[in-house]
Design a protein around this ligand. Structure first.
Ligand SMILES: Cc1ncc(COP(=O)(O)O)c(C=O)c1O
Length: 411
């Protein structure tokens, strides 16, 4: 075991301003349902370019509400990536929909127009078609927005972007630069503010959209399906049973609200988002240079990044190169050995993610398509997420790369 302090794969970065903002909120009138929630939502719009943001209790709740607000229900099908956090698929199941999985390109971890089309074609042969596509910006690299939009349009499907990994990222379509979350190519996008993400509120999430109707449904579903709009009441305002206190529940909603304390933290974190993303990008460059300098690039390969992409680097993933003729099981064993060796050095790396269709739940409730996908298996066998967070310093990167060298026998 290493005597040096352990390094996690990700963690929050907080300073005095964050602490002061939360304390001030605690000393004020509103702990929840107050003005700081709206202020945070406005900040999210400013940082992403979306017209509307609805902040909720976590990213999973954001997925659930987004699917519901988009009208996903029993009998519908949603297609998501085979490699993502389980929540992207689970949200579809909460809404009562069936799930189809699309394969990923193992060099990037991302779905492509082709892999989504293949899933849609396979659904078509079952007489089904997707209502929604939920592609994922895995590791912080935006998937190909133009390709996915045209596949969705051909299939008559909506798009919910899972941007839990990519706040602060950018992409280009026809020479025009767009911010992740702008919803320029999707009906909606979701974010997560878990401590390992770009900004944190402890737990927290948000849905972004440019659609006013979707926003209204999201706001109601976030709070029990209740509204207070007089013009929509089922009773006239003159009714003695109706008054200034009156409200109506018109839908089966939830309590997925976020608190004002969390949003106070979210606001001070948002101010630092550009700096956080810049630091993550600098760390990625440093990893690339250090891996090259250590002569490790014939053993390990960082994920490919498409041209024109502004990567948000939630994660920095390297993959063990397969040997000629090597089975995936053998590659997976070598990756496991490397992972265990790093852990013994106090480097708490991670693997993102076990393919979702491999989970016992999805074996028992099989997807309509995409139960076993070769790209997902190849990606999972070879990948390790190295430490990546704004307070990681250059010496930490050098320590990680030196440990990789030792473990791989090249140091
Ligand atoms: C890709 C992706 N989607 C959704 C979520 C769910 O977010 P939360 O943990 O805030 O519920 C996560 C969380 O890790 C995620 O990585």
């Amino acid at each position: 075991m290493s005597a040096r302090p352990p390094i996690p794969y990700g963690r929050q970065s907080l300073d005095e301003r964050d602490l002061e903002a939360v304390t001030k909120c605690l000393q004020g009138d509103w702990l929840t349902q107050g003005p700081t929630v709206e202020a945070f939502e406005k900040g999210l719009c400013e940082h992403t370019g979306a017209k509307y943001a609805v902040a909720v209790s976590n990213g999973t709740a954001a997925l659930h509400l987004a699917y519901l607000a988009m009208g996903v229900t029993c009998g519908d099908v949603g297609v998501t990536a085979a490699v993502t956090f389980v929540a992207t698929a689970n949200g579809l199941r909460y809404a009562g929909a069936d799930v189809g999985f699309a394969d990923i390109d193992p060099r990037t971890g991302l779905v492509t127009g082709e892999t989504l089309q293949a899933a849609i074609d396979a659904l078509g042969s079952l007489g089904r078609s997707p209502k929604v596509l939920a592609p994922v910006d895995l590791t912080g690299q935006p998937f190909d927005r133009a390709a996915v939009r045209s596949v969705a349009d051909r299939a008559g499907a909506m798009i919910l972007e899972d941007a839990a990994h990519s706040l602060g990222g950018e992409y280009e379509v026809d020479g025009v630069r767009h911010r992740v979350g702008s919803c320029a190519h999707a009906e909606a996008a979701i974010l997560s503010f878990h401590p390992v993400k770009h900004i944190t509120t402890g737990e927290g999430g948000a849905i972004l959209t440019n659609d006013a109707t979707l926003r209204r449904r999201l706001l109601e579903l976030r709070s029990h399906g209740i509204h207070r709009e007089v013009s929509r009441f089922s009773r006239p305002e003159s009714d003695p049973w109706v008054g200034p206190w009156y409200y109506e529940q018109t839908d089966l909603g939830f309590n997925y609200r976020i608190t004002d304390m969390q949003c106070a933290l979210g606001l001070t974190q948002l101010d630092k988002l550009p700096r956080f993303v810049e630091r993550r990008r600098a760390l990625a460059v440093r990893y690339g240079e250090a891996l090259a300098a250590a002569g490790l690039l014939d053993r390990l390969v960082p994920l490919e990044v498409a041209p024109g992409i502004g990567h948000a680097y939630h994660l920095y993933v390297v993959q063990l190169r397969g040997r000629p003729g090597e089975s995936l099981a053998s590659l997976a064993q070598r990756r496991k050995d490397l992972f265990v060796a790093l852990r013994a050095e106090g480097l708490y790396c991670q693997v993102h993610y076990v393919p979702v269709p491999w989970q016992p739940y999805y074996r028992e409730h099989p997807p309509l398509v995409g139960a076993d996908l070769p790209g997902a298996a190849a990606y999972y066998a070879a990948s390790i997420s190295l430490p990546m967070f704004p307070d990681l310093n250059d010496a930490d990167v050098d320590r990680v790369v030196a440990s990789l060298g030792l473990a791989l026998g090249t140091a």
